[in-house]
Design a protein around this ligand. Structure first.
Ligand code: GLU
Length: 446
């Protein structure tokens, strides 16, 4: 049987695994559908003149998943995999992520289907500007706030800000987008925030004893799939904490050295050659092999559907810390759980980016400039608190499992036995539970 890799179906499966653990099921009264379905889907057609004069028609999407807890928040990606279902799934995960780290945003996401590696800087600029013009007032500082994601960066955020501001002169438009450069309303530490967050979550998870077998990051062997904003910074941050980075990769392949990679050499090679492949004489990995490297901690930092039914049985790590969104499929989750490999889920592990986006948004609303140490301290606090919430929730759900199973059986007699909750299920239950509670407090309008 081939696995269903549609990201929106994956999100649905994760939601369905978590909802039986959220509060009193009879109290849902149909609310589950409301909390799962996206609130708004905008799709736009973007004619863009390429450098050679050819007019290419790109497709762009912005999805607001849920605004019960606050305005939509989430990145914009430029990638060939972008379609409506991918953006819907990513927006859903943003709702859960913001609720889990307890920041006052809902979830949103956007993307343009394009191959950013084949575009010139000017072509990217025209795509970004045309996309934001086409979205019009579907984004706004109090309605839906974009940020960087795959193949978009601080420069892309400047174009987004500038285009929006052209359409709203005389207003403070800085809070319409986060991840901006420092000299245009950006906040210190935003570019490293996702990786710092991954680090704080993993460190604290180990510190509170949730990871038997690993007592410290010091000396732990770490493999990282993806050398973009999250993966590249994570390599350095984990190395600085004493971990041995045994392998890193990008979309073209990877490099592997069981004694630890020379990260300065790898980074220099990436900047020069556009890939980490070839940074060492030997020790080359194919893109898939990175996930099967011998290590204690595996950090998928690339994209969705990397750890699947096909390769989950060959993962050698004891702990997977998801820096990417949606890297592990539900079937892989089952296989990993059977093998007692723990997974710190994306909505917890990679939330550092949106947490610091939240600080940037506050900074922009108040016309302030924060200090890097303030950002880092508050980020650490948010990540640690969320990690504790997930670990505590999982303990509570496991303790009450028999009762949850009986209740679920009474409600859905033909349903298969409720699986024991993973950290993903616990995290999703916390997030959905918080959103449900706010939705109930606000009530259904009118
Ligand atoms: N794109 C990032 C994510 O997936 C950051 C989103 C944001 O800062 O709004 O979490």
């Amino acid at each position: 049987m081939t696995e269903d890799l549609n990201p929106h179906h994956v999100a649905r499966r994760q939601f369905d695994l978590a909802t039986p653990f959220v509060g009193d099921l009879d109290g849902w009264r149909g609310m589950a559908e409301w909390l799962f379905q996206p609130e708004k889907i905008v799709s736009v057609t973007l004619p863009v003149e390429m450098d050679d004069g050819y007019v290419h028609t790109f497709l762009g999407y912005r999805v607001v998943h849920n605004t019960v807890r606050g305005p939509g928040k989430g990145g914009i990606r430029f990638h060939p995999s972008v379609d409506e279902d991918e953006v819907k799934a990513l927006a859903t995960w943003m709702t859960w992520k913001c609720a889990l780290v307890d920041i006052p945003f809902g979830g949103a996401k956007g993307g343009v289907n394009c191959d950013a590696t084949a575009l010139s800087e000017n072509e990217k600029r025209r795509i970004a500007r045309r996309f934001i013009a086409a979205l019009g007032d579907n984004i706004g500082p109090h309605t839906d706030i974009p940020a960087p994601d795959m193949y978009t960066d601080a420069q892309t955020m400047v174009w987004i800000y500038d285009t929006y501001h052209m359409m709203h002169p005389g207003e403070n438009s800085l809070p319409v987008v986060t991840g901006k450069p420092l000299d245009l309303g950006g906040i210190p530490g935003r570019s490293t925030a996702t990786a710092r967050g991954v680090f704080f979550a993993a460190e604290h998870f180990i510190e509170i004893g949730a990871m038997p077998g690993i007592s410290s990051l010091d000396g732990a062997r770490v493999a990282i799939q993806g050398y973009g904003n999250a993966g590249r910074h994570a390599a350095r941050i984990f190395r600085d904490a004493g971990a041995t980075i045994v392998a890193v990769s990008d979309s073209r392949g990877g490099v592997h050295d069981p004694n630890g990679l020379d990260l300065t050499r790898v980074a220099a090679h990436k900047d020069e050659a556009g890939t980490v492949v070839g940074a060492l004489g030997d020790g080359k990995l194919t893109p898939g092999e990175i996930l099967e490297v011998e290590c204690e901690i595996l950090i998928p930092a690339a994209m969705e559907n990397q750890i699947t039914a096909d390769n989950a049985g060959r993962v050698q790590a004891q702990l997977i810390v998801e820096a990417a969104n949606g890297p592990t499929t539900p079937t892989a989750d089952e296989i990993l759980a059977e093998r007692d490999i723990k997974v710190l889920p994306d909505i917890l592990a990679n939330a550092g980016g949106v947490v610091v986006s939240y600080f940037e948004w506050i900074q922009n609303l108040q016309n302030e400039q924060w200090e890097e140490h303030q950002v880092d301290e508050l980020l650490a606090k948010k990540m640690r608190r969320a990690t504790e919430a997930v670990v505590t929730e999982r303990v509570a759900l496991c303790e009450g499992l028999d009762e949850y199973r009986t209740r679920w059986q009474e409600r859905v007699p033909d349903a298969p036995t409720l699986p024991a909750p993973t950290f993903r299920t616990a995290a999703t239950a916390v997030a959905v539970g918080r959103t449900k509670a706010t939705a109930e407090a606000r009530g259904v309008w009118p």
